[in-house]
Design a protein around this ligand. Structure first.
Ligand SMILES: [Zn+2]
Length: 74
């Protein structure tokens, strides 16, 4: 077993180093299900998801788009 000195990574609150907590900002119905516009409450990253059924988890349609933390603006 080898332990690498990567503890520093835990300190960085960047989009790449934490699990996003997605909040649905808005959504609308489309013929294939619903489109969800989500934003991470932690870092403000945005993403567009598609959900084809209420009981199924949404799938990302877009890449994660850089955004601003919610606290700076609406
Ligand atoms: Zn995030």
């Amino acid at each position: 077993m080898t332990t690498l000195g990567t503890d520093d990574h835990h300190r960085l609150a960047t989009p790449a180093t934490h699990e996003h907590g997605w909040l649905v900002e808005s959504s609308h119905a489309v013929s294939t299900g619903r489109i969800l516009y989500v934003r991470c409450a932690e870092c403000g990253v945005r993403r567009v998801d598609h959900q084809d059924h209420r009981r199924r988890p949404p799938e990302p349609l877009s890449r994660e788009l850089p955004g601003r933390p919610a606290r700076t603006r609406g």
